[in-house]
Design a protein around this ligand. Sequence first.
Ligand code: GLY
Length: 396
Amino acid sequence: MKKNTLLFSAICILFAGCNNQEPLSSVIERGLNRSTEQALLMAKELENQEGKFPKTIGKDGNLETSDYGWWCSGFFPGELWYLYEYTQNPELKKYAQLYTDRVEPAKNLTNTHDLGFMLFCSFGNGYRITQNPHYKEVMITGAHSLATRYNPTVCAIRSWDFNKDKWQYPVIIDNMMNLEFFSWIAKETGDKQFSEMADSHAMKTKEHHFRPDFSSYHVVSYDTISGEPHIKQTHQGFADESAWARGQAWALYGYTVMARETGNIKYLELARHIADFIMNHPNLPEDKIPYWDFDDPKIPNVPRDASAAAIMASALIELSQLDTTPLGKEWLALAEQQIRSLSTPEYLAEAGSNRYFSIMHCTGHLPGNSEVDVPLSYADYYYVEALLRLKKLIKE
Ligand code: GLY
């Protein structure tokens, strides 16, 4: 048995003996300290590889990297900022700045809808922590680039530019993750068109992306003349009518943010329904780490998606603070279970292993036979975000 597993077993025996769980503060500390060790090793590994970011582990077992144009480029710098905030270690700040700078060319991209992820996780966290005015300028430029993808007839931000013969105007549920960025830009600049775009995108998505059980489609494509949906699909999931796990996580996170940003009860109610769908789904495993798709008929013999769990946990912690009904406590309890599971050796890598990613067992795009049962930079980012949110809560 490896050292880490032995240590973890000893902790479990200790607390089982007292008929008690490991204190949450100790779980949080382990997760943050391990993430710090791994992120520093990763930062050093890629320090001299100009313009590169960690992406995943490839089929050959090697670290796969990306450049600034990949939708995930902002996650590693964002994680470094969070960990700098936690540790105050100047080395982490140095690396956070280095990797954030690498994302800067993304501010001019108009061929992707992922600028919220790319710029707000990196420059957004960097600005929150340092108030560096250049970081704000980069985000304002990026927000104008992203706004070119907003269509006032459809009332939504366009997601993809490919498959134009199939989808006239595809909007994916992941696109909800841009709305925190737009809301922040509106507040910082006073330019209300950004909060208006965020609100109408959220309203349009609320109207058309959800099924009666409050699970979400992945892609809704709109007719550009009528602004009405002409296709509903689940491109990265098991089937068009299935509930792709990460899609449900993006929906939960996106509507929780919009409930906070607008105070609109309709967004809070939708976030509650999505959380309820996840929490009470018969295929949610006991450890609360979802299978990659809730409806894969081969469950339980299918991969998990720990990235979805990390995103859900972070969103649920925030939802628990917005929802003043007794359900608030349930959202927090589910998030805590997810964080406890992610912080066991089953999901949390040993220091120095897993090609220096923290979280194992994520699924990127199973139908594309890509990134199955691997680490992913966004799992690490949202895991650290959730740990910090929980840490703040238990202190209060
Ligand atoms: N935004 C892409 C994904 O969640 O895989």
